[in-house]
Ligand binder design. Structure first.
Ligand code: ADP
Length: 365
């Protein structure tokens, strides 16, 4: 989920469009570093980098290289996801609105007893839309979105990880409102390997917990300006049972993201075929919905992509000489064929384990 900045995107930035990139818009949301709009593209790139540099300079005690890395690899921009892009999951959407989106947009209403949570866990089978939800939360709450896979902290950034975690929280506070999305949180908050847990993973985990706690103490502090720090840790896992108890308790809200129900599968299938010529009738969609019981959102996407290849596959090399309009529409038979190869990625047993964990530790609603 980590999105990298390329030099290409730098030159494409349009300073007058707030939504040009999260990076630009994130920076311009901070009133202390807003600058007049520059004129030329060169100036844009330069200004953007200058803004980053100024921002990094204003963070005492934060490793400069790590902070730069946060900007280039962890801040996500472009390709925004909105609630409507996500099929179904109404319970999860409502829960995220109440816990994050409304408090971020109307902090004045969410004080005292209504103080927003600082951490929320999304758990469930793989490919059910957890990452999409996190991205939608960031878009809908107009927040800067930081996305990091926890397993990359222990592999890719090993050695630099603690500095990176410190810089991550410092930049997130500076650019608040911010969502820190940590995918595969189980890989740093796991309990399974406690004995064999190596020294560096333990340090990363501790640093993360310390930084995370600093958010809540800032909110509880007397300085009223600090209470405006709107930074939330949103984590996702396919292995909720591997998270140790202490870490689990810190996620006050634990939201189950289940496999899509029939109505959701229908919505998703219809949406996937929206811009594709097809012959599927409503009854055939219903049949397809029954055939995809147990499929996750990403299984359904893979299925539809594979089925859409059906008309091309039967042409073989001929496809190179066939007019676009002469290619036949996708039909139910294409889906039937693809169903033979694209199977659900979660087994019934696997699913039971999620349901049990949700019943024991999930937040209701
Ligand atoms: P997770 O983070 O739960 O593993 P993702 O959010 O990364 O899953 O979803 C993977 C892909 O599956 C998405 O890019 C999208 O194509 C599809 N998908 C999953 N759930 C949904 C959904 N509810 N609505 C629409 N597409 C979905």
């Amino acid at each position: 989920t980590v999105v990298r900045t390329t030099s290409q995107t730098k030159t494409r930035v349009n300073p007058t469009s707030v939504a040009a990139t999260t990076k630009t818009s994130a920076i311009s949301t901070n009133p202390t570093i807003t600058k007049p709009a520059p004129q030329s593209l060169d100036e844009v790139t330069q200004t953007k980098e200058q803004l980053e540099d100024e921002l990094i300079e204003s963070l005492p005690g934060v490793d400069k290289t790590a902070a730069k890395q946060i900007f280039s690899e962890i801040v996500v921009h472009g390709d925004e996801v909105y609630w409507d892009d996500i099929a179904g999951l109404e319970t999860a959407k409502n829960s995220l609105k109440e816990a994050v989106v409304y408090p971020f947009l109307r902090p004045d209403l969410f004080r005292g007893l209504r103080e927003p949570v600082r951490g929320m866990l999304l758990f469930g089978p793989p490919g059910t839309g957890k990452t999409m939800l996190a991205r939608a939360v960031a878009t809908e709450s107009k927040s800067t979105f930081f996305s990091i896979s926890a397993s990359s902290l222990t592999s890719k950034y090993l050695g630099e990880s603690e500095k990176l975690v410190r810089a991550l929280f410092a930049v997130a506070k500076k650019l608040s409102p911010s969502i820190i999305f940590v995918d595969e949180i189980d890989s740093i908050m796991g309990s399974r390997n406690n004995e064999s847990e190596n020294e560096s993973s333990r340090r990363i985990k501790n640093e993360f917990l310390v930084q995370w706690s600093s958010l809540s103490s800032a909110a509880a502090g007397k300085d009223s300006k600090d209470t405006d720090d709107r930074v939330l840790v949103l984590a996702a896992t396919n292995l909720p049972w591997s998270i140790d108890e202490a870490a689990r308790r810190r996620f006050v809200r634990r939201q189950y993201i289940p496999l899509p129900e029939a109505t959701t599968r229908k919505v998703q299938l219809k949406r996937l075929l929206l811009n594709q010529r097809h012959t599927l009738t409503d009854e055939e969609f219903e049949e397809l919905v029954l055939l995809t019981d147990g499929y996750s959102g990403s299984d359904i996407t893979s299925l539809a992509k594979d089925a859409a290849m059906g008309p091309l596959r039967e042409l073989g090399d001929e496809l190179l000489f066939t007019e676009t309009d002469s290619i036949r529409s996708v039909n139910l038979e294409d889906f039937r064929n693809s169903l033979k190869y694209i199977k659900p990625s979660v087994s019934k047993d696997g699913l039971n384990r999620y349901e049990e964990w949700a019943a024991s530790f999930g937040s209701s609603g």
